[in-house]
Write a protein that binds this ligand. Structure first.
Ligand SMILES: Cc1ncc(COP(=O)(O)O)c(C=O)c1O
Length: 389
């Protein structure tokens, strides 16, 4: 058994989560539940592999050896019933970088690119900064649960959308899209011949059901890119190590060409080393991490129901990011962020960043030891008591 209860002191490392909290009106010292890395010590074999690699005195320009691709393939094949060809894989520094490159190199400039909101906010920047027009397709929200408004989606496709940037499992709303939803999404993308950029970085956090990769649907293969990484799954976000899976060789060549022509050398050898070790040795750790997170979700649900009964907790299916509707407090997300930081010493994510309709919501990162989570909950309960008066 791995010890997820262990509190790992991250202060003194260059952790953004723990050290750099300027956005909250206070530099540091807050208990952090915001940016999306966890506080869990990673799989020991990953760190051993990195240490072993460092026994060699040179880390030069690097290209992955076949074992890295095989390890990625093995993970998807064992866990998600999909065996992507190793030739489809292109490694990159990060998922967001990969999305930028795809939008920049492949999707014709000025295209309409659709996102389902509320969603991870760098999607907006990636679309806007690569010269496209953002199409906001708000999700339906009912009974603390989000679903795709299929009619609205199809109307937008008819209106000329050329690409969809999809998040699966979906940050920040915690949905793990079902196989039926994925099938319908892919069928529509195929019918309207649009690019599907499927960000599956939270793949391994399907807590109530296994996630379904877009890779299962061959009807979208002409225009599909799946983005994966070890950064969330194994708490390795600082290493810059992700993978694009692109079944269409012509599409892959164009993205590769865009990458190479900008003189990007891809992730470092340390990142390759970590990926290989993670996907070869991380199965049991990942399983236990998900069990632990299920316990954290249960704790949040029970605590909120008892101590913050009017806060609406979005039904949580996956990721380590919970989505709280705090509109009962009558404050904007920005106001809540400041109050939480200045008066209660905690840092949560400002929900309004994720979409126009998300003001009054906060994103709560529960990827921490239960004792740390309890401290945050206690502070939230104090705030609720003071402000619901
Ligand atoms: C949905 C999603 N995509 C991408 C990222 C960032 O990935 P990377 O650091 O590999 O660019 C995050 C981080 O929170 C995320 O939640």
């Amino acid at each position: 058994m791995y010890d997820f209860d262990k509190v790992v002191d991250r202060r003194g490392t260059s952790s953004i989560k723990w050290n750099f909290q300027d956005g909250f009106g206070q530099h540091d010292g807050l208990l952090p539940y915001w940016i999306a890395d966890t506080d869990f010590a990673t799989v020991p074999e990953i760190m051993q592999a990195i240490q072993h690699r460092c026994d060699h005195p040179i880390i030069g320009y690097s290209d992955p050896l076949p074992g890295v691709y095989k390890a990625i393939q093995g993970w998807w094949s064992r866990h998600y019933d999909w065996t992507p060809d190793t030739d489809w894989m292109l490694l990159s520094y990060g998922v967001v970088t990969g999305i930028y490159f795809t939008l920049d190199a492949v999707v014709p400039k000025g295209s309409k690119v659709l996102v389902f909101t509320p969603v991870y906010d760098p999607f907006f920047a990636a679309v806007n900064n690569s010269g496209h027009t953002l199409v906001d397709c708000p999700l339906d929200y009912e009974n603390n649960y989000y679903t795709i408004n299929w009619q609205r989606f199809e109307d937008e496709l008819k209106n000329g959308v050329q690409a969809v940037v999809f998040c699966n499992p979906h940050n920040p709303i915690g949905r793990v899209w079902t196989a039926q939803e994925m099938e319908r999404l892919c069928a529509l993308c195929a019918q309207y011949n649009v690019y599907l950029l499927s960000d599956e970085i939270h793949a391994d956090f399907g807590l109530t059901r296994k996630y379904t990769t877009a890779g299962h649907y061959q009807n979208v293969y002409d225009k599909l890119v799946v983005y994966t990484a070890i950064s969330k799954s194994f708490n390795m976000a600082g290493l810059g190590s992700s993978c694009m899976i692109i079944p269409n060789p012509e599409l892959k060549a164009r993205i590769q060409e865009a990458y190479d022509s900008r003189w990007m050398f891809g992730p470092s050898d340390l990142a390759f080393t970590a990926m290989e070790a993670a996907y070869n040795h991380g199965d049991r750790w990942m399983e236990e991490q998900c069990d632990y997170l299920r316990g954290n979700v249960e704790l949040v649900n029970a605590f909120m129901a008892e101590h913050l009964p009017q806060v609406k907790v979005t039904r949580h299916e996956g990721t380590f990011l919970m989505w709280l509707n705090m509109n009962c407090l009558g404050k904007t997300s920005a106001e809540l962020t400041t109050i939480m930081a200045k008066e209660y010493g905690i840092a949560l994510g400002d929900g309004s960043h994720y979409g126009k309709q998300a003001d009054g919501f906060m994103r709560f990162n529960i990827g921490c030891a239960r004792s740390t989570l309890q401290k945050g909950l206690d502070q939230l309960a104090k705030m609720y008591k003071d402000y619901m008066k």
